[in-house]
Design a binder for this molecule. Structure first.
Ligand code: C5P
Length: 421
C-alpha cells in the first residue's frame, strides 16, 4: 500500500508506484483527499492498475479500510506531511489512509516532506519520536532544495532511495536508530590516478556499495561523512555530507583528517594500489618524446589507507573504540579460495570487520546486488582459521550494508557492555 499525503512532492509518488510494481509488487495507492489536489486519482489508478479511494465510505461492502491495511505486506507513505504525521501520532482514523495504517500489522515506512521549520518544529519532532517508538520507520528526509527558494532538511528522498530503504526496512521488520549520536566515515567509489592533464588510471567501481552504506547509516541515525571518488550518478543520502576526491593521495588526506572524529570508519572505496610515478604537466603527445612514457609506465606504490587508520587507532590518534571495517574483493586460485584470502586479509589489515566477496565474471562491480562473507576476528587472533565467518546471502547492496552496520552495532554494544562490567 502506498499512502500519499497532500504535499507538492506528491508527484514523486507516481515514480514510486513504478519502482514498486517493476519489482513485482501489487500496489494499491491510498491518497489523502488533499493529495488528489496535486495528482489525479486517474494517474494513480493507471500506474497501479488498482482502484483509488480516499475515504472509508467508498466500497463499504468490502470494508475497504480493513482489507487494504490487513492484506498489505508493506505500507509506505510518501510524501508524509507534518499534518499526516500528527494524525498518525494521534492515532486518528479520519480518512482511508490513517484508518488503513491503524489496522496494518506489516512494516510501515514513512518518508516525510515538508519545510525545514516544520520538520524541526518540536511538535513534529515529538510526533516523529512517537511513531518511531511504536516501531514505525520514519525516514529522515533529504537536505536540499524545497518548494520555494528555501533549502534544508525536509526534501522528499528520491523515489529510488525510498523504494530501496522501504525494502530494506521491510526485510528487517523496520529500521531503528542505534547509530543516533555517532559519526560514520565511509569511503566510496574508485580512485583516479592522473597520468597527464587528460588521462588517468581508474577502475570499474560504481560507488554503489559505499552509497548504500551511507543510505542505511544515515537512516540508523548516524551523521555520515562520505568521501567519494568516481561513482555512478547517485543521489545524496540523508544526514550525509559528501566530499569528492580523485586520487588515492586525496582520499587518504580526506580520510585521515576525518577519522579522529568518527566512531565508525568503513573503507568501501576501490583504491588503486599503484599510481604513475610522475604526472606529466602537459598532455603526452603521440610521436613526441613523452610517448615512451605512455608505452612503459613507471609506477609507485600507494599507501594502504585502511592499514593507516588501524595504525592510527593503535597509536592512540583515534578513539580506541573506533570500529573499522574494510572490504576484500577476492578471486580464488590453486593456492586458496576467495574466502581463505579474505580471512588472511582481515588479519593482515587488522580491522574489526571485512566484507569479503568473490569477484570476476561480472560479479559485484557495478551490479545492483552482492553476496559474500562477513568476517570478524576474535581478540588477538593470528590464525586465519580463527576468523569468524558469517555468510551474507545474495541481496541488494543496501541489504549487505544493513548486515555490515548490524555487525558494527553489535561490536559497539559489546564494547559498551564491557566498559560497564
Ligand atoms: O588490499 P586490498 O586492496 O584488497 O584491500 C581492500 C580494502 O583496503 C578495502 O577496504 C579498501 O578500501 C582498502 N584499501 C585502502 N588503501 C589501499 C588499498 C585498499 O584503504 N591503498
Amino acid at each position: 500500500m502506498l499512502g500519499v499525503a497532500g504535499g507538492i512532492a506528491a508527484y514523486k509518488a507516481c515514480h514510486l508506484v513504478r519502482e514498486f510494481s517493476e519489482h513485482g509488487a501489487d500496489v494499491t495507492v491510498v491518497p489523502t483527499p488533499n493529495a488528489l489536489k496535486f495528482v489525479g486519482a486517474a494517474t494513480f489508478e493507471a500506474l497501479s492498475g488498482n482502484p483509488v479511494a480516499t475515504d472509508v465510505f467508498t466500497g463499504v461492502d468490502e470494508v475497504r479500510h480493513v482489507r487494504v491495511g490487513q492484506e498489505s505486506d508493506l505500507v509506505v507513505i510518501a510524501p508524509a506531511t507534518a499534518d499526516l504525521i500528527a494524525r498518525l501520532a494521534a492515532g486518528r482514523a479520519d480518512d482511508l489512509l490513517t484508518a488503513s495504517v491503524l489496522v496494518a500489522t506489516c512494516p510501515v515506512v514513512v518518508a516525510p516532506a515538508m519545510h525545514t521549520e516544520m520538520w524541526l518544529n518540536p511538535a513534529t519532532r515529538d510526533n516523529v519520536a512517537t511513531l518511531r517508538r511504536r516501531g514505525i520507520t520514519v525516514l529522515d528526509p533529504a537536505s536540499g532544495r524545497l518548494t520555494g527558494p528555501d533549502s534544508g532538511p525536509g526534501r522528499l528522498l528520491e523515489p529510488a532511495q525510498i523504494a530501496e530503504l522501504a525494502r530494506t526496512a521491510a526485510a528487517r521488520g523496520g529500521l531503528s536508530r542505534p547509530l543516533e549520536g555517532t559519526t560514520v566515515l565511509i569511503s566510496a567509489g574508485g580512485t583516479r590516478e592522473g597520468l597527464d592533464p587528460v588521462r588517468y588510471l581508474g577502475n570499474r567501481s560504481s560507488g554503489r556499495q559505499g552509497f548504500a552504506l551511507a543510505e542505511v547509516a544515515g537512516q540508523l541515525g548516524a551523521r555520515v561523512e562520505l568521501v567519494a571518488g568516481a561513482t555512478d550518478a547517485l543521489p545524496t543520502p540523508a544526514n550525509t555530507t559528501v566530499t569528492r576526491i580523485e586520487s588515492t593521495a586525496e582520499l587518504k588526506a580526506a580520510v585521515d583528517e576525518r577519522a579522529p572524529r568518527a566512531d565508525v570508519v568503513i573503507m568501501a572505496a576501490a583504491v588503486s594500489d599503484f599510481r604513475p610515478a610522475s604526472v606529466a604537466g602537459a598532455k603526452m603527445k603521440k610521436g613526441s618524446e613523452a610517448e615512451a612514457g605512455l608505452e612503459t609506465l613507471q609506477m609507485a606504490e600507494n599507501p594502504d589507507i585502511l592499514r593507516g587508520v588501524v595504525a592510527a587507532r593503535e597509536s592512540g590518534a583515534l578513539g580506541g573504540d573506533t570500529v573499522i571495517v574494510g572490504f576484500a574483493a577476492e578471486t580464488g586460485d590453486e593456492d586458496a579460495d576467495a574466502l581463505e584470502y579474505g580471512r588472511r586479509k582481515l588479519l593482515k589489515k587488522g580491522c574489526d570487520v571485512i566484507l569479503c566477496n568473490e569477484v570476476g565474471q561480472g560479479r559485484a562491480f557495478g551490479t545492483p546486488d552482492n553476496a559474500g562473507w562477513l568476517l570478524t576476528a576474535p581478540e588477538g587472533a593470528t590464525d586465519p582459521a580463527d576468523v569468524t565467518v558469517r555468510e551474507v546471502p545474495r541481496g541488494s547492496k543496501q541489504e549487505i550494508a544493513a548486515e555490515i552496520l548490524a555487525e558494527v552495532v553489535r561490536i559497539r554494544h559489546a564494547d559498551n557492555s564491557a566498559l560497564q562490567d
